[in-house]
Ligand binder design. Structure first.
Ligand code: 5RP
Length: 224
């Protein structure tokens, strides 16, 4: 990541962290941009803000701990606000799962009263065309790949060629990155993917975002 990209992500993350008020429970997203929000929130906790975080991954839990943010869970409370990143954004619909955390992210993000997405400008698109990560039970990777092909997609097992094996999610599953080209009807595709046996969760987040904070060289741009 270049210094410029990192600065844009920090601008977006810090802007979202400013929305947090005393006593809130906060969904803590995953990825490098959400990490900037977690760091900024940690600074506010150092300065006396009282919040509890609900992590969406091992990575966000560790980062929250490192920055002194007390943790809770969905069994204890409902998030007032969730702050998360995205791989691509079009209107209020997202592709997520670049960090293989989209299953827990979707649970926490959709449970929140308000979902704020933090991105740099490279993530915005007129029409979604980013490959959709699909978390699958290990035994279902081939059957799901076939069914994805029937839906018009090309899938690859994430990091299949890696020396120490493919990516395994925090839930012990595998990820198929499924390229559908331009996604003209994200709602229909999301429903089709959810119906496939063995699919744990896919990375299409349809119409679920309240605000997008886009870090730009001139400051943050908020889209609602
Ligand atoms: C993790 C995600 C991330 O939020 C998404 O991949 C964006 O990451 P980054 O901010 O590092 O670009 O969905 O599963």
């Amino acid at each position: 990541m270049t210094e410029d990209e990192s600065a844009l992500k920090r601008t977006a993350g810090e802007s979202a962290a400013e929305l947090v008020t005393d006593g809130m429970a906060i969904g803590l997203g995953t990825g490098s941009t959400a990490a900037q929000a977690i760091r900024a929130l940690g600074e506010r906790v150092d300065n006396g803000l009282s919040v509890r975080g609900i992590p969406t991954s091992f990575q966000s839990r560790e980062l929250a701990r490192e920055h002194g943010i007390p943790l809770t869970s969905l069994d204890e409370t409902t998030p007032d606000l969730a702050i998360d990143g995205a791989d691509q954004v079009s209107g209020a619909t997202l592709v997520k799962g670049g960090g293989a955390a989209h299953a827990r992210e979707k649970v926490v993000d959709t449970a929140a009263e308000r979902l704020v997405i933090v991105v740099d400008p490279s993530k915005t698109a007129e029409t979604l065309d980013h490959p959709v990560p699909v978390e699958v039970l290990p035994d279902a990777r081939s059957t799901v790949a076939t069914q994805v092909r029937d839906l018009g997609g090309d899938s690859v097992l994430r990091d299949a060629e890696r020396k120490d094996g493919p990516v395994v999610t925090d839930n012990g599953n595998l990820v198929l990155d499924c390229d559908f080209g331009k996604i003209s009807d994200s709602g229909a595709l999301a429903a089709d993917l959810s119906r496939l046996p063995g699919v744990v969760e896919h990375g299409l987040f349809v119409d679920c975002t309240d605000e997008i904070h886009i870090g730009t060289a001139d400051g943050v741009r908020v889209e609602r």
